[in-house]
Design a protein around this ligand. Sequence first.
Ligand code: ADP
Ligand code: MG
Length: 343
Amino acid sequence: MTSAVSLRDLSCVFRSAGKNIHAVAGVDLEVRSGEFFTLLGPSGSGKTTCLRMIGGFTLPTSGHIAIHGQDVSQKPPYARPVNTVFQDYALFPHMTILDNVAYSLMVRGVDRATREKKAQQLLETVQLPDVGQRKPVQLSGGQRQRVAMARALISEPQVLLLDEPLGALDLKLREQMQSELKSLQRKLGITFIFVTHDQHEALSVSDRIGVFNLGRLEQVATPAELYQSPATRFVAEFVGAANVLQGADARRYAAAEVLMIRPELIGLALDTSPERSAAARTHGTVAEVQFFGAFWRVLVQPEQGLPLLVDLPVHGHTQVPQPGAMAHLSWADEAMHIIEAQP
Ligand code: ADP
Ligand code: MG
């Protein structure tokens, strides 16, 4: 199977204030056809630069980009079978929604009846069949975002690039749009390359995720693999909450230099609780307790080593740990994920 997008040793160096900024540094990546692929990483890690190079808005300093087997490394945006949805959707305020969606067909000289029919179909696809005659200002943020999607899809791109398209929406709407985006992608069957700094968003929408750090890809994996088996300490700490133990702290529990335990895999028993286990791996004092709705996040300071995060499901725990209480911590061998030494 040919890749939808293939990046070979792709780099981009910016020159700024007399210094070289390696925004993207030697990225190799194969995005499969029909995949929902996410570039995840902190601000400034090179996600947007990478996406702009795929879209043709920034040319690589070195390396190659192929789309469905065709080298497009030096081609302008319009000569690539991709389209981009940016965070600021930039709809034309004076045009109707229908004209906004039909815009790229108008530029290409497609006749009015044909382009309006197609635009209306796309508005139906993004579940906005009745807004064609409105102006952008008459829509909510989430609706405008869907119009921006329809506008990008009308040129029938093989690959859709999305740079933090949900970033401006509030949490509730963002979560709703995440699931809509996912089902839209499934329905259309085209490849999505999606950029976000939000790990929850990445885990919930993606088939696979590439984690960026300082312009490099640290790991490419499915959401479950990333969460359960992070390849590096950076990935362990960026994706989900993690207890990362290093050196003597790690060797206390396993033959490893670096290991990770997810907070929800640690059991906690209070001194007073009947299920207090003699098999506890360590004991400590509760330092802080935070309520997260479905669970309590408890910070425990063991007798030795760094504090550990423990997530206790609220359901089934009648006794809420209080700061200062004595806690006994236990976990299965399988809960310890060893992170191999970094090269
Ligand atoms: P992200 O999208 O992950 O936040 P970017 O790709 O926007 O990261 O930026 C990566 C790095 O490149 C940052 O250090 C940023 O400041 C720098 N950068 C991005 N665009 C330019 C530019 N046009 N000129 C100079 N530096 C840039
Ligand atoms: Mg960005």
